[in-house]
Write a protein that binds this ligand. Structure first.
Ligand SMILES: Cc1cc2nc3c(=O)[nH]c(=O)nc-3n(C[C@H](O)[C@H](O)[C@H](O)COP(=O)(O)OP(=O)(O)OC[C@H]3O[C@@H](n4cnc5c(N)ncnc54)[C@H](O)[C@@H]3O)c2cc1C
Length: 489
């Protein structure tokens, strides 16, 4: 390692954030001979891939699966020697439940918007009718009679669905999916970013349901998911082991406050300001989180060299709490609601936004025991834009009560207090997706700024998108920018 002007060691790379993106970045750069430091604010590596203990059973309390789209995560598992551990979910489908209805989610749609096959034959029509009733069917028929230009000027998903279909399709099918997947309402999502080309297809094919059908045909959605037997958290444990072998320096419980260009170094260097822990020098920076904008240190440097602050994006996070229950409920052996349930409008008696029946979805989880089931519920904020999940102020006992009641209503059964063997909970702050209204322009700004700044690269879910299928290729690209394969570190 080189020496900085202050006499500290200067690693080739400092990675900000030790989630899967930071771990993979460090692994790839160190594999090319670079000296690497990971700075992680939390007390463990892995970020949103996280193990929890549920009454002695190890479970994933963050990401519990990966989309097969693009093949990047499967390729990683191959490299890690874990390819044989990839398992498929049971093909049971999911349900959508409101205060008064419970029905399987109609197949063949996109983001809950039914494709035109929904009305094609008696059987499909009956399946859709169970979910949205006469009003919903009338809304689907309306879409087919409207001029293709209706809704063309809508940018958010809610306006488009309301313009062409109506409130029943919106509230019972589309909102449950966007809330379940993004923790956002359709009104907060830009369909042009979420499903590029949707509006153009409406114009071309004559209706929204035909547009959905055409898009599904031309690019089957990345609905296929897999997991790792034993839990996704095993991947983090394996990577942690590899990082140790590669000599990567991991600094846990250390938060990066800002990144400053170091004006006094002989060669280009960066000063990474750590909250309450001094600073660290680096030749290159890879940030997997939005580092808060700092005040320029130029002219204010009694303790160190002067510098120029680099703003690495803006942080816009959506809060969600995952509550996992281990229950003794043999009536769930029949998997009454498939792999899980999304919550539609109106749902005044149900506070969760989604439930995954983990032991129904993943056969390997049945290792639990006869009649024992793992349920994962997620809770968003009280109101749109809220900064805390609605479970925020509840004690563990109150949270267990809420989740037990919701789980019973969602699964069409009763789960008594004494049936609950264990509860685990975790609050997540998930970076707003690019499809949130206005977010893609902010992210473009962050990317442009980083592109203009040599020695800085961005990766991770906050900039590359929600989900591992987007995160992994982004990390590989970012490391390749900083350390081209044929160049020396
Ligand atoms: C409940 C839940 C379910 C999910 N389900 C799926 C799924 O089924 N399939 C799928 O593909 N994806 C899923 N995801 C998304 C997936 O987990 C993420 O896209 C991915 O793990 C993000 O990795 P990352 O490294 O980019 O970010 P993170 O995992 O968020 O890592 C960032 C790290 O940076 C640290 N940090 C933050 N600020 C600082 C700072 N200033 N200084 C130092 N460190 C800092 C954080 O503590 C964190 O450890 C899910 C996510 C959640 C929360």
């Amino acid at each position: 390692m080189n020496r900085s002007p202050l006499g500290q060691s200067t690693p080739d790379l400092v990675v900000v954030g030790g989630g899967i993106a930071g771990m993979l970045a460090a692994r790839r750069a160190a594999g090319r001979g670079a000296s690497v430091v990971i700075v992680e604010a939390g007390d463990r590596l892995g970020g949103m891939i996280c193990r929890a203990d549920l009454g002695g059973l190890p479970i994933d309390i963050g990401a519990e699966a990966f989309a097969t789209r693009g093949g990047a995560f499967a390729a990683l598992l191959h490299e890690l020697g874990m390819h044989d551990d990839i398992v498929e979910p049971r093909a049971l489908g999911s349900w959508v439940v409101t205060d008064a209805t419970a029905a399987p989610m109609p197949a063949g749609g996109m983001l809950g918007i039914p494709g035109e096959a929904a009305l094609r034959d008696v059987e499909s029509r009956a399946a859709v009718h169970a979910a949205i009733g006469d009003e919903g069917i009338a809304e689907l028929e309306r879409d087919r009679t409207l001029d293709p230009r209706v809704g063309a000027d809508a940018s958010d998903l809610e306006s488009l669905v309301l313009a062409r279909m109506g409130p029943t399709v919106l509230g019972r099918l589309v909102a449950p999916v966007t809330r379940g997947v993004y923790s956002l309402d359709p009104a907060e999502l830009d369909h042009r970013v979420l499903i590029p080309g949707l509006a153009e297809r409406v114009h071309e094919h004559g209706s929204l349901s035909a547009a959905v059908a055409a898009l599904r045909k031309s690019a089957p959605p990345g609905a296929a998911v897999r997991t790792v037997e034993g839990g996704m958290h095993r991947v983090v444990a394996r990577l942690e082991h590899e990082l140790a072998e590669l000599g990567v320096d991991v600094r846990l419980s250390t938060r990066v406050a800002s990144v400053l260009e170091d004006g006094s170094a002989l060669e280009q260097a960066w000063r990474v300001e750590l909250e309450g822990a001094g600073s660290l020098f680096a030749k290159r920076i890879l940030s997997t989180v939005a580092v808060p904008r700092s005040v320029s240190a130029r002219g204010d440097d009694s303790e160190g060299p002067s510098g120029e602050a680099v703003a690495i994006g803006g942080a816009a996070a959506v809060p969600a709490e995952v509550v996992a229950l281990l229950v003794q409920a043999p009536q769930l052996d029949a998997h009454p609601r498939g792999t899980g349930v999304l919550v539609g409008d109106p749902s005044t008696t149900i506070r969760a936004k989604a439930l995954t029946h983990v032991t129904a979805k993943w056969a390997w989880q049945e290792a639990a025991a006869d009649g024992m089931h793992v349920l994962r519920l997620s809770y968003g904020p009280h109101a749109r834009g809220g900064s805390e999940p609605l479970t925020h102020s509840l004690s563990d006992d109150e949270t267990t009560e809420l989740a037990r009641g919701d789980a019973g209503r969602l699964l069409g059964t009763t789960i008594e207090r004494e049936d609950v063997i264990a509860m685990a909970r975790h609050v997540w702050r998930i970076p707003a997706p690019a499809a949130r209204i206005g977010r893609s322009a902010e992210l473009r700004g962050a990317r442009d700024e980083a592109r203009r700044t040599a020695g800085v690269a961005l990766a991770g879910t906050w900039i590359d998108g929600t989900g591992l299928a987007s995160v992994i290729p982004g990390v590989l690209r970012a490391v390749d920018e900083l350390f081209p394969e044929d160049a020396q570190a």
